[in-house]
Design a protein around this ligand. Structure first.
Ligand SMILES: Cc1ncc(COP(=O)(O)O)c(C=O)c1O
Length: 280
């Protein structure tokens, strides 16, 4: 099926025909979660890890998973195209209520939506990206992949308005992650990423990178990173399923190292590209 066909509550239909009620709690309250799974040549990458995170997000917002993993795969398969690298988007909201009321309605049926789009990726890998650091103004449950993304949107837009690719978020002097990505830094020769917790979304790409680093004897640790320490890093990367591993070469107008993607990034990016093709 082409990217124009979407899944909504049991049906496959053209994107322009997919409609939901204005009483959907996703629309009224942002009461829902989402997941993004990359698909390379028709194969969902790390499907089970994405399913685990989906389950975790649902549990944290007290919504039962409407499907098991096998059923999710069955639902998504018709959206895949063997000739494309795609990003598969899943959204589940608490559903359509009779009236607008904060309290969970009884016997509500969740709204389930899925669509695909082409992965464009970050096109300027040779030169790297610019980023800004900015106060992390998000809520206290950043481990939930919540559709309520207003803070992330406003933060990312501030970066874009300043000619940067991403906003690096800082809470109480420590970096958490990007507005839509996880962060890695090479400091004193060690690859560091902040630990999992309620301050960050546990990225699937993040886990793959840690696994690749450990398997290839690249010194790495999951540890807190102060903004001051980040400013001394020889490399900074931002990672996500759709943008993969972006080397940051400028932070807050200051050049990082020699202003080019670093050697550890080159090694990991090469390993990642090979791994991605070998292990759907
Ligand atoms: C806030 C945030 N952190 C981290 C990530 C990276 O997660 P993943 O690698 O699973 O795409 C994302 C992805 O969109 C994100 O929105």
């Amino acid at each position: 099926m082409d990217n124009n066909t979407v899944y909504l509550n049991g049906d496959y239909l053209p994107l322009s025909d997919a409609k939901i009620s204005v009483m959907d709690r996703g629309f009224l309250f942002g009461d829902g979660i989402y997941e993004v799974i990359p698909s390379y040549s028709g194969h969902l990458f790390h499907f089970e890890q994405h399913m685990e995170r989906l389950e975790n997000s649902l549990t944290l917002i007290r919504l039962e998973n409407p499907h098991d993993s096998a059923k999710w795969r069955e639902i998504l398969t018709p959206l895949l195209d063997a000739n494309l690298d795609q990003s598969i988007y899943i959204q589940i909201t608490r559903g359509v209520a009779a009236k607008r009321d904060h309290t969970f309605p009884a016997n509500i049926i969740p709204t389930v939506f899925a669509m695909s789009s082409n992965i464009v990726g970050f096109t300027d890998l040779e030169s790297g990206a610019k980023a800004i650091s900015i106060d992390d103004s998000r809520w206290g449950l950043c481990n939930v992949k919540a559709i309520t993304l207003l803070a992330n949107i406003l933060l990312r837009q501030q970066a874009v308005d300043r000619g940067c690719a991403e906003a690096i978020l800082v809470k109480d002097g420590y970096v958490t992650e990007g507005a839509a990505s996880n962060i890695f830094a090479v400091i004193d020769g060690i690859l560091i990423t902040p630990p999992k917790g309620r301050e960050i979304l546990a990225g699937v790409t993040r886990d793959v990178i840690l696994e690749l680093a450990r398997d290839n004897d690249i010194a790495c640790s999951e540890d807190i990173i102060s903004l001051d320490a980040l400013k001394t890093a020889s490399e900074i990367w931002l990672t996500s399923s759709t943008r993969e591993i972006i080397p940051v070469v400028q932070l807050d107008n200051e050049t990082i190292a020699n202003g080019k993607p670093g050697p550890v990034w080159k090694t990991i990016n090469h390993l990642f590209q090979t791994y991605k093709k070998s292990k759907p």
